[in-house]
Design a binder for this molecule. Structure first.
Ligand code: C2E
Ligand code: MG
Ligand code: MG
Length: 596
């Protein structure tokens, strides 16, 4: 019998260790009940890990320790009651129910004496627990204690490996583990836009708080069965359970529509700002989603969790590259991604070799067609891909962190050209407009950098353009930088005006010198009463705010006429002059013999 107990004691580390031990202890001590219980989570509540009654293993239970002899099991010592226990502990329902008379309990301790639980043997008869019984219990308790310690350490290690310490959410590895066990219906990856700016402008401690707040906000809204993980610095994975999906989106939608509806929900959860130290953060997300395409009718062909996660990443990358808020995976994204990757490699090479050109488009006073300035527009010709639209390569530069490099090149080259025209005796009248991306004015040293890049050029002769949409991507920061640059003597134009969502109060604060009416409005003159009304409103507003106006994209005489009639002073467009290389521009518009 002792041999069997000794054997049982050597089974620590095996999954049946606790069960074998309670059975063997029962026979060696000749008692009806033996249990091992864990009290780590709550010292007043025991959760059994193994429970033996009359030679049989029972399902585990939880019970209160208050008013039970276990409560009295002192930290290090055993305690034994060799009869009459019911009279002493009348409130212990478990003892009463079992009809227990005698009791011996031992604390389960870690090597440094922390209490992890109890080992208890009970009999319905009055029993003398002799020295041997005490010794057996002590040895068993020591063994169980060290086993519990080992497994709790393992749990902690697991927790460290699979949990994100900042937010307490599952991390990427943890998510991968979970995906091995279950196949989700859909995965959403939500990436906080402009998170880097928050870290740069405030501190990373504030950034951490924002991440924690985002995790909390998401947890507050997602369904209880939904899995939430933080998979990289500012990227969260949401795997909605079917119940959660059904609760948040309308019936009868296709998976594609469901994904979109759920993504809209996520955006709504962040309608009210996250507030950290009195700073309000209006957060929005780029969301990529991938879903099972045939889950309902074909379980076997369900995509693995890992594959879904990969697809959601592709969708997220696609949404980011196209600067969209949301994308649902489709297989064409992979080839689009490969194309973008290839183009990116070429772009990086072009940047190293400064293989870009500036074209210049003239800006005229509309009434008399007098040249009043020019806009510098970047051009890239790649031997393999041909001409690439600036809209495409600027998006690459912005999303791959190269915009500052490209922007610096543009500003330098534009200033050099301005000075070159001067020294050729054909100076540009008015201002030279340079397009600026908001990525170029994010960093702390922006002012110094602009001063350096434009050295030798009168700042009055430059006009920095930022699109309204770019402005509204980081309104607070951009406002601050634009004002600083304004104070340093640079003037500003709001480009593509009418396409963003700036408020009147924001515009007032910007102190921009110029509003550029977006081409989309100009092109609809003659066709749309609505757009004409918008142009009228913009003109009235610009006058009230004392801003100059430049209409973009004038292609027809009718448009030109309408703009003049409405009181818009300046404009540019193919009708008046296309963007051309610097030499051609000088030839066409700056030659000393030419009268403007
Ligand atoms: P934008 O600043 O609004 O520039 C005007 C765009 O409209 C230019 O396109 C120009 O070629 C085009 N355009 C001018 N007149 C007409 C017209 O009458 N009809 C039509 N259909 N188009 C006209 P482009 O050069 O392709 O540039 C597109 C955008 O790329 C620019 O829009 C600007 O936002 C951006 N971009 C170009 N160069 C740079 C740069 O050096 N830096 C930055 N950050 N952005 C740039
Ligand atoms: Mg522009
Ligand atoms: Mg424009």
């Amino acid at each position: 019998m002792f041999l069997r107990l000794a054997n049982a004691l050597t089974r620590s580390g095996y999954s049946d260790f606790f069960n074998t031990l309670v059975l063997e202890l029962g026979s060696v001590l000749d008692v009806e009940y033996v249990l091992i219980a864990n009290t780590v989570e709550n010292p007043m509540k025991a959760r059994t890990l193994a429970l033996m009654a009359r030679g049989e293993l029972l399902d585990n239970i939880s019970y209160d320790l208050k008013g039970s002899p276990c409560e009295t099991v002192p930290e290090r010592e055993s305690c034994a009651y060799e009869g009459g226990i019911l009279e002493r502990f009348p409130d212990d329902h478990l003892l009463v129910e079992l009809g227990v008379q005698s009791y011996i309990g031992m604390p389960l301790l870690t090597s440094d004496g922390r209490k992890l639980g109890i080992l208890v043997a009970m009999s319905t008869e009055v029993t003398q627990f002799d020295d041997l019984a005490h010794e057996v219990m002590r040895i068993a308790a020591a063994q169980v204690g060290s086993e519990l310690e080992r497994s709790s350490q393992q749990e902690q290690i697991q927790a460290l490996t699979y949990r994100d310490s900042l937010t307490g959410l599952t991390n990427r590895r943890g998510l991968h583990e979970q995906l091995l066990k279950q196949t989700p219906e859909a995965i959403f990856l939500a990436d906080i836009r402009r998170f880097k700016t928050i870290n740069d402008v405030y501190t990373s401690a504030v950034g951490d708080e924002v991440l924690r707040a985002v995790a909390e906000r998401l947890q507050q809204y997602i369904g209880s069965e939904t899995i939430l993980a933080r998979v990289s610095s500012d990227e969260f994975a949401i795997l909605p359970s079917s119940a959660d999906l059904a609760a948040k989106v309308a019936d009868g939608l296709s998976l594609l529509e469901q994904g979109e509806a759920y993504a809209r929900q996520i955006a709504l959860w962040f309608e009210s700002p996250v507030i950290i130290d009195n700073n309000e953060f209006h957060l929005d997300f780029t969301i990529g989603c991938a879903g099972q395409t045939s889950l309902a009718n074909d379980q076997d062909k369900a995509l693995t969790g890992a594959e879904l996660l990969r697809r959601a990443s592709v969708a997220l990358a696609d949404a980011k590259a196209r600067q969209h808020g949301y994308a649902f995976f489709n297989s064409s994204m992979i080839s689009a991604m490969e194309y973008r990757q290839l183009l990116f490699e070429r772009f990086r090479k072009a940047l190293r070799e400064q293989n870009f050109q500036l074209y210049f488009q003239p800006v005229f006073s509309l009434k008399d067609r007098k040249l009043v300035g020019a806009e510098a527009l970047c051009r890239w010709y790649d031997d393999e891909f041909g001409w690439i639209s600036p809209l495409d390569f600027i998006a690459i530069a912005e999303t791959r962190g190269l915009m500052q490099n490209l922007g610096d090149w543009v500003v330098t080259a534009a200033c050099q050209q301005l000075l070159a025209w001067d020294s050729d005796g054909t100076p540009l009248p008015g201002k030279l407009a340079i397009n600026i991306s908001n990525k170029q004015i994010e960093s702390h040293d922006t002012i110094q950098r602009f001063e350096q890049l434009t050295q030798g050029v009168d700042r009055n002769r430059l006009l920095l353009e930022l699109t309204e949409t770019a402005m509204m991507r980081a309104p607070e920061l951009n406002l601050k930088r634009i004002r600083q640059l304004h104070e340093a003597g640079f003037s500003w134009a709001i480009d593509d005006f009418g396409t963003g969502y700036s408020s009147l109060s924001y515009l007032t604060q910007l102190k921009a010198a110029v509003l550029k009416i977006d081409r989309s409005f100009v092109s609809k003159i003659e066709h749309s009463q609505h757009d004409e009304t918008i142009i009228q409103a913009i003109i009235v507003m610009a006058k009230a705010l004392q801003m100059d106006l430049i209409a973009e994209g004038i292609e027809s005489e009718a448009q030109l006429e309408y703009l003049i009639k409405s009181g818009c002073h300046d404009g540019q467009g193919f009708l008046l002059g296309r963007p051309v290389p610097a030499d051609e521009f000088a030839q066409n518009w700056l030659s000393p013999t030419r009268k403007n």
